[in-house]
Design a protein around this ligand. Structure first.
Ligand code: HEM
Length: 145
C-alpha cells in the first residue's frame, strides 16, 4: 500500500459520498445479483443498508494510515461478521460488487490506478477479517450450512 494509493482511495471515497444513495442501490443490487442468498443476512430495510456500505468504506478509509494499529479492530470486525452469518467466500463476492459499483458510480473518474488501490485495501481488510473470523469457534458461527 503506497502513499499514492492512500490518496487515491481517499479521493474516490469523497466522490462516492457525493453519490452515496445511488452507489448503495447499485452495490446491493449487484451483490444480490451475484449471490441472492446474501439478501437474508441483511435487514429488510434498504435505507439502513445504505449506511452499512458507507460504514464499510469509512472503516477502510480511516484505517489506511494506521493499518498496524487497526489490525485488532479489523480482526474483531471479522469475528463479529461470523455472527452476521458471513462466511469466508462471501468476501470475494462483496469485493467484486464493491469495485463494480465504483466503476458504475464514478464512470471514467474511476481510473485503473484507483481500482488497483481499492483492490489492495479491500483485500487487506478482507484477509484480516477472515483471519479474525477463523478464530471464532465453529459452534458460535450460527450458520445452518
Ligand atoms: C472489508 C470488508 C468489510 C467491512 C470493512 C465491513 C464493515 C462492516 C461494518 C462496520 C458493519 C457494522 C457492524 C459492526 O461494526 O459490527 C458491518 C455489518 C455487516 N456486514 Fe460487513 N463489512 C465487510 C464485509 C462484509 C461481507 C463480505 C459481508 C457478506 C455479505 C458483510 C455483511 C455484513 C452484514 C450482514 C452486516 C450486519 C447487517 C445488519 O445486521 O444490519 N460484510 N460490516
Amino acid at each position: 500500500m503506497t502513499g499514492t494509493q492512500i490518496t487515491l482511495v481517499k479521493a474516490s471515497f469523497k466522490k462516492i459520498e457525493l453519490v452515496e444513495e445511488e452507489a448503495a442501490v447499485l452495490f446491493y443490487a449487484r451483490l444480490f445479483e451475484l449471490d441472492p442468498t446474501l439478501r437474508r443476512l441483511f435487514k429488510e430495510d434498504m435505507s439502513e443498508q445504505r449506511f452499512k456500505l458507507m460504514q464499510m468504506l469509512e472503516f477502510a478509509v480511516q484505517g489506511l494510515e494506521n493499518l498496524e494499529e487497526l489490525v485488532p479492530a479489523v480482526r474483531a470486525l471479522g469475528a463479529r461478521h461470523v455472527g452476521y452469518g458471513v462466511r469466508q467466500e462471501h468476501y470475494e463476492t462483496v469485493g467484486s460488487a464493491l469495485l463494480w459499483t465504483f466503476g458504475h458510480a464514478l464512470g471514467e473518474e474511476f481510473t485503473a490506478e484507483m481500482k488497483e488501490a481499492w483492490t489492495a485495501v479491500y483485500n487487506l481488510l478482507a484477509k484480516t477479517m477472515q483471519d479474525g473470523a477463523s478464530q471464532v469457534p465453529e459452534k458460535a458461527s450460527g450458520g445452518s450450512t
